[in-house]
Design a protein around this ligand. Sequence first.
Ligand code: PEP
Length: 258
Amino acid sequence: MARKPLVAGNWKMNKTAAEAVSLINGLKEVASNCGDDVEIVVAPPFTALHSVKTIFDLDRVNMALGAQNMFYETEGAFTGEISPRMLQAEHCRYVILGHSERRQYFGETDEAVNRKAKVVFEHDMTPIVCCGESLETHEAEKTAEWITEQVSAAITGLLPEHAARLVIAYEPIWAIGTGKTATPDMAQEVCELIRTVVTEMFDEDIAATARILYGGSVTELNAHLFFAADDIDGALVGGAALDAQSFGKIIKAACGCG
Ligand code: PEP
């Protein structure tokens, strides 16, 4: 089953709206060359979503918009939160959920990720569900157990038609923003395990269409090594997504044209 590669840029708490537009301007050419072969997603901060959406519409940019987080209620007295309706109104297609930084600094739990994932699908968007183990868990050789538990908790109870559209990003915490990466073999092994978890919770056809990404210090220099692995369908990119040239080269590596 051929899965369309997906390369997503998680901009984290970087870029004003004006800076976001200038980064998108730098990506237009690669999006027009590769956007049919690779799904290109950018997840700017909430304050830049509207500006980015506007430039996508005006210039017909072949990229999709993502958000970095979302609350699970549709509206109400939840000061500081952003709802699925608001993201849908900005034409977001993806929402990153359970990023390790949200788990670590903002107390996001597996239960919240699961609840949010269901709501994201109910609003015709797709979650990019993040999972990943700490250095301690990695060194204790408990990665498989940790990932099985985290992924199972995040996707339990999803409708099968939703599960088939899932995007799951494997991001070892020790590789995020550190310049250290998992080896492509290690990343493949965990991504294969994630596909097995999806098979066991749903079925093989669903697992064959769900896309699994690797994230953790992906750069223009190493991206092709991950993209060559059977169960890795793209990348979730942090630091290197903030630079149009670097992100463009990662997109080209997924496209196979660069
Ligand atoms: C991320 O934040 O999801 C990430 C993978 O960051 P980096 O690429 O900078 O390691």
